[in-house]
Every structure is written in C-alpha cells, then in structure tokens.
Design a protein around this ligand. Sequence first.
Ligand SMILES: CC(C)(COP(=O)(O)OP(=O)(O)OC[C@H]1O[C@@H](n2cnc3c(N)ncnc32)[C@H](O)[C@@H]1OP(=O)(O)O)[C@@H](O)C(=O)NCCC(=O)NCCS
Length: 190
Amino acid sequence: MSNPNDALGSSVDRSFLAVLPISDGVVTIRAMSDADAEAYATGTTDALVRQFAHLPLTEYTPQIVRDMIQGVIADGLRDGTLAVLTISDASSNSFLGSLVIFDVKPDDAEVGYWVAPEHRGRKVSGRALTLAVEMARKLGLRKLRARTVQENPASERVLLNAGFEQVGDARPEIVPSGKTEMSVNYLVEV
Ligand SMILES: CC(C)(COP(=O)(O)OP(=O)(O)OC[C@H]1O[C@@H](n2cnc3c(N)ncnc32)[C@H](O)[C@@H]1OP(=O)(O)O)[C@@H](O)C(=O)NCCC(=O)NCCS
C-alpha cells in the first residue's frame, strides 16, 4: 500500500498527537507535561544518560525543560518533525523515562530513549520500544532506526529484544549531541 506522505516528500502531517497516548497497561508513552520537568531534569544528571543518551544540552534545569515543553517540543509535535515524549507508569502516570522520535523522513525515523536509574531493571525501555513501533506503524512509517554506541550492552539487548536488527558494523558517526562516536545502527520494520 502506498504511503500518503510519500507524495509530500517530507515529514509534514505526521500527527504524533493523534496517536498519543499509547499504552500496554504497564507503561504509557504520552506527551510531556510540566509535572515531568523535575524528574526529566534529574534523570539527565545520571552518568549513563550523560554518556549514552546524547542529549543536545549539557545541563537541564526544570525551568529549561518547561520552556522546551512549551517551545521546541510543542513545535515538533505540531509539525511532525520531533516527538520528545514521556514514558510513564500506566497506573500512576508518573515519569519513568524519555523516548524521542527524531530525524523523521517519509518512510522512517530514529528512536532514542533513556530510563531514570531508579526505574531500571523492569524492562521499561523494552515496553516503550514496542509501543514506539506501534506508534510508527500508526504514523504510516515503515521502519524505525536506532543507534547505540559500541559499548552499551543494555541498550543493545533492549533493541534486539524489541525486534531490531543490527545493520552493518560499528562506525564513527555524528550523534545527536554533535559528538562523533563509534555507533552501531539498528533497524526494525514496523
Ligand atoms: C538502556 C536503558 C534504557 C535500559 O533500561 P531498562 O529498560 O530498565 O532495561 P533493563 O534493566 O530492564 O534491562 C533490559 C535488558 O538489558 C539487559 N541489561 C541491562 N543492563 C545490562 C548490562 N550492563 N549488560 C548487559 N545486559 C544488560 C538486561 O539483562 C535485560 O535483558 P533481558 O530482557 O534479555 O533480560 C537504561 O540502561 C538507560 O537509560 N541507559 C542510559 C541511556 C541509554 O543508554 N539509552 C539508549 C541509547 S541508544
């Protein structure tokens, strides 16, 4: 079946908000709210998040996060170019981690994620990735891409468990933070 967005040749009309929230009953992926700002900012201070999540800023305060929610994050959701989302506990709605869909192209997009250290060990990111695949399907995408740096076994495990396959060998690439890292590429058909 042809993808109606192919004709547009761009990422317009990717209605993230139309497919959110999405939940498996344990975790939910939803738009960020101001109530997430504190937990998001705290999560970004974790050493593994700093090392592997390649966030664009070196420091996030709750106020910076609130400004982003009103600004760049709202813009991205509206124009279909960027979705910075919260992975929340489906029961309490509290913040567990972050999932980002970016570099949206007509057929595919890249996904990134992190889980706050106190919520790790319960396969939260695996559940979130499965929901991201469902989201991508609903958005009319055909593939989701992901990247890890070479020495990130937890993320590698999570991606393989979620059905992603490694594409090629590790190679130096510019990551979203702007640095160059030895990256491993992954792909899943949605
Ligand atoms: C990657 C990350 C999201 C995983 O968190 P999580 O969802 O809580 O994952 P879990 O701890 O439940 O572990 C998931 C799997 O990874 C495995 N794993 C966890 N830590 C591991 C490690 N250090 N080495 C090898 N495997 C590991 C677990 O055994 C589990 O495997 P299984 O499901 O086959 O039993 C989390 O570690 C994180 O936020 N890291 C920092 C940011 C990051 O790396 N993001 C990804 C960038 S692409």
